[in-house]
Ligand binder design. Structure first.
Ligand SMILES: NC(=O)c1ccc[n+]([C@@H]2O[C@H](COP(=O)([O-])OP(=O)(O)OC[C@H]3O[C@@H](n4cnc5c(N)ncnc54)[C@H](OP(=O)(O)O)[C@@H]3O)[C@@H](O)[C@H]2O)c1
Length: 279
C-alpha cells in the first residue's frame, strides 16, 4: 500500500531520521518516495549520505512532492511551520504529526483545511526499531489514513490505537518512559558496582536484564506478577530484594511518575492551546 505513496518528513532530527530510516530498513518503500527537510543544511547532507533520500530546506517543495506529510519538528516550531506551508497543503494529503502536545484539532485549525490528521506519540527507541507508539485519528481521518500511519510507525516498533483524550497518558507512560528505565538501569548498575562488579560488566548485566525481562513478558504474554513469582524462591535472595523494593515504594513511585508526567502533558497542551487562542 505504501510503496506508491510519496512521503515528506518535515524536520529531520532524531525522530524524523528514525522514521524514514525505519521505513527504508524495513523495505516498505524506496528512497525515491521520500523527501526530508530541515532548516539545517549540514543535517540534510548527513541524512542524504546515509539514506540516499532527496533532501531540501524548502518546505513548500516538500509539501508539493508528498501524499503524506509527517511533521517531526519541536512543538514550539510547529505553528510557524504550518503558517509557512498551509497554502501549499492540498485537501487530500494525509498529515501525520508526532509533535508532542499538539492536538489534531490544533493542526486542522492552524492549516484551516479539512485534511485527514493522525497524531502519533512515538518514543526514542524508534531509533533502534523498538518504539512503543500510540496514535489517534482526528475528525477528518478515516481507517485508510490510520492504516497508513500504522504502517509507517509499525516499521519502527509496536503501535497502539487510542482515543485522543488518552494521548497525554501515553506521553506520561511510554513517551517519557525511556527516561524512567534509563534511571533503573543506572541504579541497578550502581548496585552492582557497590557490591564489587566492574562498572562495564554491571552496565551490560543491568541492561540485558531489563531487555530480557521485557522480552519475556512480550513473548509469553504471562502476567509480570506470575513471572516474578516464578523467580522467587522461598527464603531466597529475590524475595528479600522484593521486600526492599516494596518498603521503598517502588510501585507507587512509578505509578506517581506516570500520573505526574500525564498531568504535565495535559498542562503543556492546554498552554499551547491558550497561546494560540484555541481554548
Ligand atoms: N525525541 C523523543 O523522544 C520524542 C518522543 C515522542 C515525540 N517526539 C516529538 O517528535 C518531534 C521531533 O523530536 P526530535 O527529538 O526529533 O527533535 P529534533 O531532533 O530537534 O528534530 C527536529 C528537527 O526539525 C528541525 N526544524 C525546526 N524547524 C523546522 C522547520 N520549520 N522546517 C524543517 N525543519 C525544522 C530542527 O532544526 P533545529 O535543530 O535547527 O531547530 C531539527 O533538526 C517533537 O515534536 C517531539 O515532541 C519526540
Amino acid at each position: 500500500m505504501l510503496f506508491s505513496k510519496k512521503i515528506a518528513f518535515i524536520g529531520s532530527g532524531n525522530m524524523g531520521e528514525a522514521l524514514l530510516g525505519g521505513l527504508l530498513k524495513a523495505e516498505l518503500t524506496n528512497p525515491e518516495n521520500i523527501l526530508a527537510t530541515d532548516i539545517r543544511d549540514d543535517r540534510l547532507q548527513e541524512i542524504q549520505a546515509k539514506w540516499r533520500v532527496t533532501t531540501t530546506t524548502n518546505n513548500h517543495e516538500a509539501v508539493h512532492f508528498a501524499d503524506v506529510i509527517v511533521l517531526c519538528v519541536k512543538p514550539q516550531a510547529l505553528r510557524q511551520l504550518l503558517d509557512e506551508i498551509k497554502n501549499d497543503v492540498r485537501d487530500d494529503q494525509l498529515i501525520i504529526s508526532i509533535v508532542a502536545g499538539i492536538t489534531t484539532r490544533m493542526i486542522s485549525t492552524f492549516i484551516g483545511k479539512k485534511n485527514p490528521v493522525v497524531r502519533v506519540m512515538p518514543n526514542i527507541p524508534a531509533v533502534v526499531d523498538e518504539a512503543a507508539s500510540a496514535l489517534c485519528t482526528g475528525e477528518f481521518a478515516a481507517d485508510v489514513h490510520k492504516a497508513i500511519a500504522m504502517k509507517i510507525l509499525g516499521a519502527v516498533g509496536e503501535v497502539e490505537v487510542v482515543s485522543e483524550d488518552l494521548m497525554d497518558v501515553v506521553t506520561g507512560l511510554s513517551g517519557s518512559g525511556p527516561a524512567y528505565i534509563y534511571m533503573i538501569i543506572e541504579a541497578l548498575t550502581d548496585g552492582g558496582v557497590m557490591m564489587g562488579l566492574p562498572r562495564n560488566i554491571a552496565t551490560r548485566l543491568a541492561t540485558q536484564t531489563v531487555l530480557g525481562s521485557a522480552k519475556l513478558v512480550r513473548e509469553t504474554h504471562v502476567h509480570p506478577a506470575m513471572l516474578k513469582d516464578q523467580v522467587t524462591t522461598p527464603g531466597g535472595t529475590t524475595i528479600l530484594a522484593i521486600k526492599e523494593l516494596e518498603e521503598s515504594g517502588l510501585r507507587p513511585m512509578l505509578i506517581r511518575a506516570v500520573e505526574t508526567a500525564t498531568n504535565r502533558s495535559r498542562e503543556l497542551s492546554h498552554l499551547l492551546e491558550k497561546k494560540n487562542n484555541l481554548d
